[in-house]
Design a protein around this ligand. Sequence first.
Ligand SMILES: Cc1cc2nc3c(=O)[nH]c(=O)nc-3n(C[C@H](O)[C@H](O)[C@H](O)COP(=O)(O)OP(=O)(O)OC[C@H]3O[C@@H](n4cnc5c(N)ncnc54)[C@H](O)[C@@H]3O)c2cc1C
Length: 502
Amino acid sequence: MSQVSQRKKVVVVGGGWAGLGATYHLAKQGYDVTLLEAGAYPGGLVAGWKTAGGKSVEAGIHGFWYPYRNIFALINELEINPFTTWTRSSQYSPFGLEVESPIFQDLPRLPTPLGTFLYTQFQRLPFIDRLSALPLLYSLVDFDNSDEAWRRYDFVTARELFKQFGVSARLYKDAFEPMLLVGLFAPGEQCSAAATLGMLYYFILAHQHDFDVVWCRGTVGEQIFRPWVEKIAKAGGNILANRRVTDVIVEENRVTGVVCDDEVFTADAVIFSVGITGMKKIIANSSSLQSREEFRNVNNLGAIDVLAVRLWLDRKIHIPRPSNACFGFDDTTGWTFFDLNALHDEYRDEPGTVVEVDFYHANQFINLDNVEIIAIVQKYLKTCISEFGNAKVIDSSIIRLPQAVTHFAPGSYRNMLPAQTSFQNIFMSGDWIINRHGSWSQEKAFVTGLEAANLVITNLGGGELANILPIEEDEKHIQTLRDINRGFKLIGKSILPSFWLP
Ligand SMILES: Cc1cc2nc3c(=O)[nH]c(=O)nc-3n(C[C@H](O)[C@H](O)[C@H](O)COP(=O)(O)OP(=O)(O)OC[C@H]3O[C@@H](n4cnc5c(N)ncnc54)[C@H](O)[C@@H]3O)c2cc1C
């Protein structure tokens, strides 16, 4: 651990994966770091807490996929053991079981994407529909996560992309749209094709094992954030809850303080680690931030409603797989259900069933009252597994998360912020920030936190940069196809004028 001379003050705003990641690294490097979190607990979208009755709940269940290398490295560093073993998952539609996924790393490794196509057990989807995905491979090779690729694909909707590449209507409805509703929280016509390709490649297609997933054996808050926050405090980091930041104090091109109602925290550098909705509120209140076009443009971004329901049922129900994604119940909403008796230590020996049901893009449900929501959940669960029809609800928790998760809408890329802002010492992090790492969701949020910490260190001097693990490199045949594609593009550019829309 290196000590920073005169202990430079860094204020981190927002205590999710991004904010805690930045705070932890800077505290280890000897900076005087204060994290200001608006909520009662750190954790952000992943926070967990106990109900008045002492039962653990959280804002939706979170999976940790095979490529989450930096989070897995953090878990090793913290010397904790929060995860289940790799789990298999299923997909249901109103017609019953549709898909079962194996544990891909246990099967003989095939060049991507063959393993994904051959080992996934589709119960009804005809082979011809699956084959119609093949032409889409071109766009996966063409989309290399560069700024140029994002600008080319971001204006197109996912639906148009799939249509353009000849994906069958059934494959789109039964496979791709469900993945979008769960992975990007929105239906295809509302998702950027760039985000779609980036997300599908990272979670599913880059390597056969990428879709393998583990879950926490309790709330992420309890299993990961509690020990992590203790470690941050030991390293000298100061985490303050119930502090909602409202503005920054700027002198010339540098921020000198962060305003939290009537408190001011002086700062040599500031990292924002808040979601889009939180950032829009801060900008709306801050004339300094509004004076810059890049911050004004954040108002063009949007976020999506999510609903997290946990039910305690009076009897044990056999749920074949612990994690399940469902589609076809509502046109614009995806949902998942999880067998918490199987996943969470706390619920393993419950006499009844504890099930978590999360709805993504839940606009039409979020304002219903609890009784109405529970009735819908029971009806849907019964459609997937008939035994749910006989069970009585003995307790429930309903968490509404309006405007909570990032909306990667078509055309949104140009309004997203990079980590380095036009202010000399304001840095951005979070799962919606532009970076080139290639990860998504929790892993991306954590990585952007480390990237922002590294920018602070470069700006203020005095510490060691965080070691950020890159994503696993492309398989050789994908690298070759990308090289050939780039070559053709360069030739094309040299002979054709840049006259058409990208
Ligand atoms: C139901 C659900 C399921 C999900 N499933 C998965 C999954 O399976 N796997 C996965 O990897 N990801 C999943 N995600 C996405 C994941 O939760 C996010 O990508 C990640 O948590 C984002 O972290 P973050 O640090 O960028 O932001 P956040 O977690 O949003 O943290 C931002 C923090 O900033 C605070 N804040 C806001 N405004 C202010 C202010 N003015 N002052 C101070 N603090 C402020 C907020 O209170 C919050 O704590 C899911 C999300 C949801 C909601």
